[in-house]
Design a protein around this ligand. Structure first.
Ligand code: NAP
Length: 288
């Protein structure tokens, strides 16, 4: 394969990529993207960048100066980074947060690949057609916002957002008003919507390590054949997913979302199809 130069300062050289966050040492993105670069035969590096909030503006400028082709952005910078960018893609504007920056010769564009990454994972792994589906989203935080926005593109019949804090569910439903019916309700009132749903998606942090016993809903509400999806990937199978599988539901974990949000970013940076199986395996190896 001929060597492609991705250095954006016109100086030649290998591709430079990274992820900005605080903290960042726990991030699995470097392992996943280094495996992808290697598989694609693209020389370069993807590095963790520990950026404290007070230095965010300088860090974004450094992306330009150092000729990074792009970076991912994670907690707590996804919203704060937006004013420092030159352009915002529709995905970032509709979600109100950026997780991927692409550097085109010093012009930085912000994207959000979390929601579309989730939907690509759900469709490729379990539910190829979401058209006409009745969906319940548990939670109304940052991840829910991206997911609901991306799900709307698939023309489901309805989306019910059920959240512990009812106001937030109602606000998100209002912000996502479209041709699809989107309703916000309190989590404790979700029983009927859950029992009638085709797909139930947990976007809350309930069940995430180290609180492995937590469940965002009572599993007796579930029916065999329903799809139950959980954004959490630590553990790979949450208690909710285990209980759902026991009842006869089809289950979908959060690892695919992480892989595909990265796959979209890599595709924006390199223009090449991401080796998703290799990326997934790199994380599984890392998680042991
Ligand atoms: P966030 O903005 O902090 O939102 C957290 C949500 O969880 C809120 O809706 C919150 O409800 C709810 N919640 C928290 N504790 C709860 C409890 N004890 N009972 C009921 N609801 C509770 O967080 P986020 O960024 O959306 O992330 C949410 C989850 O998604 C996390 O587990 C995260 O790891 C996962 N995630 C996975 C990926 C991936 O690539 N797989 C990507 C992003 C996020 P209130 O509004 O009432 O507080």
């Amino acid at each position: 394969m001929s060597k492609t130069h991705y250095n954006v300062n016109g100086l030649g050289g290998d591709i430079l990529l990274g992820v900005m966050g605080d903290p960042i040492a726990h991030s699995k993105s470097p392992v996943m993207h280094m495996a992808a670069l290697q598989a694609l035969g693209i020389p370069g590096a993807y590095v963790p960048l520990h950026i404290v909030p007070e230095r965010l503006a300088e860090a974004v400028q450094a992306v330009r100066v150092l000729g990074f082709r792009g970076v991912n952005v994670t907690i707590p910078h996804k919203v704060a980074v937006m004013p420092y960018l030159d352009k915002l893609d529709a995905s970032a504007l509709s979600v109100g947060a950026v997780n991927t920056i692409v550097n085109d010769s010093g012009v930085l564009t912000g994207y959000n690949t979390d929601g579309i990454g989730y939907v690509r994972s759900l469709k490729s792994e379990l539910a190829p057609d979401l058209n006409g589906a009745r969906i319940v989203v548990l939670g109304a935080g940052g991840a829910a916002r991206g997911i609901v926005t991306a799900l709307l593109q698939e023309r489901p019949e309805q989306i019910v957002i059920a959240n512990r804090t009812k106001d937030k569910a109602e606000e998100l439903a209002e912000a996502c008003r479209s041709a699809v019916t989107v309703t916000g309700i309190a989590l404790e009132q979700a029983a009927e919507a859950v029992s009638q749903a085709d797909i139930i998606i947990n976007t809350t942090s309930v069940g995430m390590a180290p609180h492995l016993d937590g469940m965002p809903l009572e599993p007796s509400l579930l029916r065999p054949g329903q799809i139950v999806s959980d954004l959490i990937y630590n553990p790979l199978n949450t208690r909710l997913l285990k209980e759902a599988e026991r009842i006869g539901c089809r289950i979908h974990g959060g690892l695919g979302m992480f892989v595909y949000q990265g796959a979209y970013a890599l595709e924006y940076w390199t223009g090449q199809a991401a080796p998703v199986d290799i990326m997934r395996q790199a994380i599984l190896d890392c998680l042991g």
